[in-house]
Design a protein around this ligand. Structure first.
Ligand code: TXA
Ligand code: MG
Length: 351
């Protein structure tokens, strides 16, 4: 029934980095504060405060069966809430924390509310590589839940302004640390089962993980049509801007793409690397967005670009450059595929 409750409207504050004390005080009062990380901005609440955690779902419009990541600033904090930390998990924490690897462990019975875990007997832990947020957790003195700070279904926020756009009036404040560095969300690794499974690819890759705990079956989890997804978040529509996104596969002739764009009766977002944009004669109805020099830049900019076109109602389609799906490219293509709903640009349709 709590889902029908309404949040009180308020003026959302932007906290500067010298106002972390104020942000921490708000968290301790059970209020919502968005926070930066190296991946994307998160929507923070005291993980031990049931009412506060419920408000996170309300503010995002997030289904209540989709569990939240618990952000910590020490392994000791994990020990308080996890049933146990297996040796391999400890090794991975040592190798990649602080950093973009979220680790799912069995939960200590009764240690955190059902609201945090969506009723599962596991919980996801993340130690972000972002000092202001580690300070925020330290000053609040509690672990902090943090889904990405976007409205459910929209691209994740990579700036404080993105968060403001989605959540202004619904949360107390946003701790502003400028644009995030990585731009795609953390790798989610399930270590609550015998065989670790990557539930969501991110900047910490399969190769990185195997270099620490040895070759094991780390197949990305793919959700079959009638299968229940392991990471509940995977079943929902994600990262979708209002316009239809078309993936432009590696090796596609970009002049064909430009020709197709010129034939459309509306504006088309054109997301590609500097190299591609430089060498092309873009039609008048193309609105370009540079993905930078390489896949690292592209990952950092993808969500920003998709969001920018949401503010331009004349843009009714977006063509976006693909990258080879290995290493960081795996995470980039995972997000791009979801935002496009698997739709690719088809050169055959251009005469
Ligand atoms: O980089 C990130 O991970 C960002 C920043 C803010 O830390 N956070 C983030 O949270 O992306 P969120 O809630 O948007 O995505 C977390 C994903 C969801 O797909 C959720 O279903 C899954 O992790 N997840 C969380 N707890 C889980 C659990 N116990 N078992 C399986 N999946 C879980
Ligand atoms: Mg999210």
């Amino acid at each position: 029934f709590w889902r029908r409750r309404k949040l009180e409207r308020m003026n959302t504050k932007i906290y500067q980095l010298n106002q972390i004390d104020e942000a921490a005080a708000a968290l301790k009062r059970g209020e919502l504060v968005a926070f930066p990380t190296e991946t994307v901005y998160g929507l923070g609440a005291d993980a031990t405060n049931e009412a506060a955690v419920k408000n996170v779902y309300l503010a995002k419009g997030r289904p209540s069966d989709n569990p939240l990541i618990v952000h910590v600033n020490s392994v000791a904090m994990v020990e308080k809430y996890a049933a146990e930390i297996p040796d391999n998990a400890r090794k991975l924490m040592k190798a990649f924390w602080p950093g973009s690897l979220t680790i799912i462990l069995k939960i200590k019975k009764g240690a955190l509310s059902k609201t945090v875990t969506g009723g599962l007997d596991t919980v996801a832990f993340r130690f972000p590589d972002c000092q202001p947020t580690l300070d925020l957790i330290g000053k609040a003195g509690v672990p902090m839940v943090g889904p990405s700070a976007n409205t459910s279904g929209k691209p994740s926020p990579t700036t404080a302004q993105h968060v403001y756009h989605d959540l202004n009036g619904k949360i107390t404040g946003i701790l502003d640390n400028g644009p995030t560095r990585v731009g795609v969300e953390s790798t989610v690794l399930d270590m609550s089962t015998d065989t670790p499974v990557i539930l969501r690819p991110g900047a910490v890759t399969k190769k990185d993980i195997e270099s620490v705990i040895g070759l094991i079956d780390l197949n990305h989890h793919k959700v079959g049509k009638n299968e229940i997804p392991k990471a509940p978040g995977m079943k929902y529509k994600h990262y979708a801007p209002s316009a239809q996104v078309y993936i432009v596969d590696d090796g596609t002739d970009w002049t064909t793409v430009a020709k197709w764009v010129s034939e459309q009766p509306f504006d088309v977002g054109f997301m590609a690397t500097e190299d591609v944009l430089k060498g092309l004669n873009l039609p008048m109805n193309a609105v370009q967005f540079s993905l930078g020099k390489n896949v690292t830049d592209a990952s950092a900019r993808l969500f920003d670009g998709l969001r920018e076109f949401d503010d331009q109602p004349n843009v009714k389609a977006i063509v976006t450059q693909a990258f080879p799906a290995h290493d960081l490219g795996g995470a980039y293509m995972n997000r791009l595929n979801k935002s496009a709903g698997g739709v690719h640009f088809d050169p055959q349709q251009v005469k």
